[in-house]
Design a protein around this ligand. Structure first.
Ligand code: TXA
Ligand code: MG
Length: 314
């Protein structure tokens, strides 16, 4: 398959939308990371996502929609969902809610779970594509399964050329880590740390959030421990760098090969995380040592991704 790169202009969006409508795969930018999109109502198209990524079929996908109104046609909406959507959509928050019985979605999207993960992205090109296509778009991150997520079109091309029909290139993603995933059971539960800080959601719901346990397969089927894996080994919370290591720094550290944020800014660090991991991985160091990252705000998502990148691989 030839992979074409498209500009995020009217002509590019027209081609991307037509490809989606005919069952094709289109990688597109969101504010978090690039997504690998397909028509969420088309079984064959959704199956191609799993094939292109080498993703296990039991790991469900996030559906991207243009509005709360469309989300409500797919899931059983609640007051809490209303409050959170009003506060944070469009933006880097995914809500998991019970799937509506008559939803038009392919069963592959939810991996046959009774729930659906749905979000309204903020990126103007993602929004323009959703508007033009006019239906729900299933999109996991546009990387081979288990590898580092893509925050540029070049990252997507490096991992998936020949496996996707087109890549809409609109430069680097602003947020740089995937959306925060919140399960709206009777009590909301944080299923994945991400681009919307836990603290912001807690302020909106007026209570501390329960977080999911790593072994809870039922509520978070895709939270594999080893993920985002670079070729190199990872050594976390490194206060100094050993011989032969590359150092991914944060704040005022010496000898950093690359620094997530010399100023110690967590927003900047999140935006640089995958970009720097891709760049360091390309240098094939034996080990990537990483400075300690404060575990607050976006630091929680950064630490989650780093822990998975460092986890034992099988
Ligand atoms: O920022 C993002 O969320 C990006 C962009 C493209 O939107 N997408 C993304 O998708 O990160 P993906 O597939 O890489 O991660 C989605 C996660 C997986 O861990 C999956 O298991 C979980 O969402 N998920 C999907 N549906 C679920 C459900 N019904 N219940 C619980 N977890 C679900
Ligand atoms: Mg992913």
């Amino acid at each position: 398959m030839q992979t074409q790169t498209l500009a995020p202009d009217t002509a590019g969006l027209e081609i991307a939308s037509a490809l989606l409508a005919s069952g094709g795969l289109v990688a597109f930018p969101t504010e978090t990371v690039y997504g690998l999109g397909a028509d969420a109502t088309n079984d064959m198209a959704v199956a191609r996502i799993f094939e292109a990524k080498g993703r296990p079929r039991f790991n469900p996908l996030i559906v991207h929609v243009d509005s709360v109104t469309t989300a409500k046609t797919l899931v059983q909406w609640t007051d809490t969902a209303d409050r959170l959507a009003a506060a944070f959509w469009p933006g880097p928050l995914t809500l998991v809610l019970p799937l509506k019985a008559n939803s038009p979605l392919s069963a592959l999207v939810t991996a046959d779970l009774p729930t659906l993960a749905v979000r309204v992205p903020e990126h103007p090109t993602a929004r323009a594509l959703l508007a033009r296509f006019g239906g729900p778009v299933a999109a996991p991150s546009a990387n081979p399964s288990g590898k580092i997520s893509p925050t540029t079109a070049q990252h997507v091309a490096a991992g998936l050329t020949g496996r996707v029909d087109a890549i809409l290139d609109d430069g680097p993603c602003d947020v740089g880590v995937e959306s925060t995933i919140l399960g709206l059971w009777e009590t909301p539960i944080l299923l994945r740390q991400g681009g919307l800080p836990q603290e912001a959601i807690e302020t909106a719901v007026g209570a501390p959030l329960a977080t999911h346990q790593a072994d809870d397969k039922l509520t978070a089927p895709g939270q594999m421990l080893s993920h985002y894996a670079p070729g190199a080994k990872m050594r976390l919370n490194a206060n100094k760098v050993d011989a032969g290591e590359a150092l991914l720094g944060f704040g005022t550290v010496e000898n950093a090969t690359l620094n997530l944020s010399p100023a110690g800014d967590l927003t900047e660090a999140a935006a640089n995380l995958f970009k720097h991991l891709h760049a360091l991985d390309a240098q094939s160091p034996g080990t990537i040592a990483v400075s300690p990252i404060p575990n607050r705000g976006l630091g929680r998502a950064i630490n989650d991704r780093l822990a998975r990148a460092a986890a034992p691989r099988d």
